[in-house]
Design a protein around this ligand. Structure first.
Ligand code: ADP
Ligand code: ZN
Length: 436
């Protein structure tokens, strides 16, 4: 198979040359960072006043971490490293875990970001002949404009649909014979569930690929999307602090997400001891920008959890790959003393054929005990006949979950379309336990 590629010189660069490039760009980044009040203070604390003091990539480990709280404290412009005249746009994060953070972009920053997204689109096998419908929010959320400019650079026909309005999305897909979409995985599952009520069949659509991201999802969810639509789905990872989409993406081989190492240095650390972890161990992703002028970030603690995938990808790209993101360290639920990630529950649910496209995890306190309730939509027609069959299914789901997470939840079965849906990031967990 011929490997589709956007920028072969960079994507197939030898590791040694890549590391030399990283060091040169790290020095530039530190020089830019020293123009922002926040980093002037922070780097002075560790005695770094000149970028030339960095003699190897290992020296990065002597620099301080930057946290989400630092970004919040520096709001609105403590991290701005260019003049307002040089800044062209700003974006904020979605604010999933609190007050949003802000990132400014210069013209050059926006150009670099667009190039990164174009690389991802081509790596996933899309081309200038595709019709691309972007179903993520335009505006402050980076998924909209980020993918939009990347897709235009590739030369796709772009439909800037933005998020929501499912019936309009389906009409656009049918009228313009959309071949590639970008959406959250939860929204794509919802879109599929809505096909029947809109009187649209899969054959009337021309869809062949989806870029799915912005929220954690399991391999089983990817497969479900692929099977339901009869398409290929590629995992797309990004965060507004690192521009947005375009940080790491799967190529056509789907062997993990290639992280663009000319644009970012990724360290994986133990979030408790802050020590670097050996390859293959899951930990917190810490990222440094290498191309950004207006808001350079050094050793940013993303709180996202993943690990490096070892070995080479058949595509030949030298940029290393990340495993599917497990979630954020603060997504972890402690239920009756047991640590559970929502993604573990999703993984189990999506393996069960009768389980539909939406679910919700609810936590309650019964006396002093935590109670886990898993609500899931089901394909009623797959459950033959009587109430016994429903009881059996409920028991099968509860037992499968117990085997995976060591807690047997109460399982509620719901009609398709009855659980709440979000246009953007899905809200999967409702924690009704009192704080104390
Ligand atoms: P917020 O941090 O407020 O949600 P962003 O819009 O910047 O704002 O979202 C970025 C976050 O979304 C990432 O840090 C990560 O937690 C999550 N995310 C993005 N893409 C993926 C993905 N492919 N898999 C898992 N989580 C993802
Ligand atoms: Zn690859």
């Amino acid at each position: 198979m011929k490997v589709p590629v956007w920028n072969p010189a960079v994507e197939f660069i030898e590791r040694e040359a890549l590391e030399a490039l990283q060091l040169a760009n790290l020095r530039k980044t530190v020089a830019w960072a020293l123009k922002a009040p926040f980093y002037q203070r922070k780097l002075a604390e560790v005695g770094l006043t000149h970028p030339g003091d960095l003699t190897s990539l290992r020296d990065l480990r002597d620099l301080p971490y930057t946290t989400k709280d630092d970004l919040r404290a520096a709001y609105p412009d403590g991290l701005l490293a260019v003049t307002l005249e040089q800044a062209l746009r700003l974006h904020t994060s979605s604010g999933t875990t609190g007050m949003p953070t802000v990132v400014y972009h210069s013209r050059q920053d926006l150009d670099c970001w667009t190039e990164l997204v174009a690389r991802c689109i081509i790596a996933a096998g899309a081309t200038a002949s595709d019709v691309f419908q972007n179903m993520t929010g335009y505006g402050m959320f980076t998924g909209g404009l980020g993918l939009h400019y990347g897709a235009e650079r590739v030369g796709m026909l772009v439909i800037p649909a933005s998020c929501g309005n499912t019936s309009r999305q389906l009409q656009l897909m049918r009228s313009f014979q959309t071949t590639v979409v970008h959406a959250t995985p939860s929204y794509l599952l919802h879109l599929h569930a809505a096909l029947a009520s809109e009187g649209i069949t899969r054959d009337q659509l021309a869809l062949r690929k989806a870029f799915i991201g912005a929220e954690p999802h399991s391999e089983q969810t990817r497969r479900k999307i692929e099977d339901l639509f009869g398409i290929d789905a590629y995992n797309s990872y990004g965060l507004s602090e690192m521009n947005g989409p375009g940080v790491a993406f799967e190529c056509v081989h789907k062997t993990g997400l290639h992280l663009w190492e000319d644009a970012y240095i990724l360290e994986i650390i133990d979030p408790d001891t802050l020590r670097p972890l050996p390859e293959g161990q899951t930990g917190e992703m810490v990222m440094t920008t290498l191309q950004r002028r207006a808001t350079p970030l050094l050793r940013y603690r993303t709180r996202d959890l993943s690990h490096w995938v070892s070995g080479n990808c058949p595509c030949g790209r030298t940029h290393r790959r990340l495993a599917r993101i497990k979630g954020r360290s603060d997504d972890m639920l402690i239920i009756g003393g047991v640590n559970v990630f929502p993604s573990q529950i999703e993984d189990v649910l999506m393996k069960i054929p009768e389980v539909g496209t939406n679910y919700l995890i609810q936590l309650e306190k019964r006396g002093s005990l935590d109670r886990l309730i898993v609500k899931t939509e089901i394909y009623a027609k797959l459950v033959a006949g009587d109430l016994h069959a429903l009881d059996d299914l409920r028991e099968r789901i509860a037992e499968s979950l117990r085997a995976a997470i060591l807690i047997k939840p109460a399982v509620e079965l719901h009609e398709p379309g009855s659980l709440p849906v979000s246009d953007g990031k899905a809200k999967r967990v409702v924690d009704l336990r009192p704080a104390f």
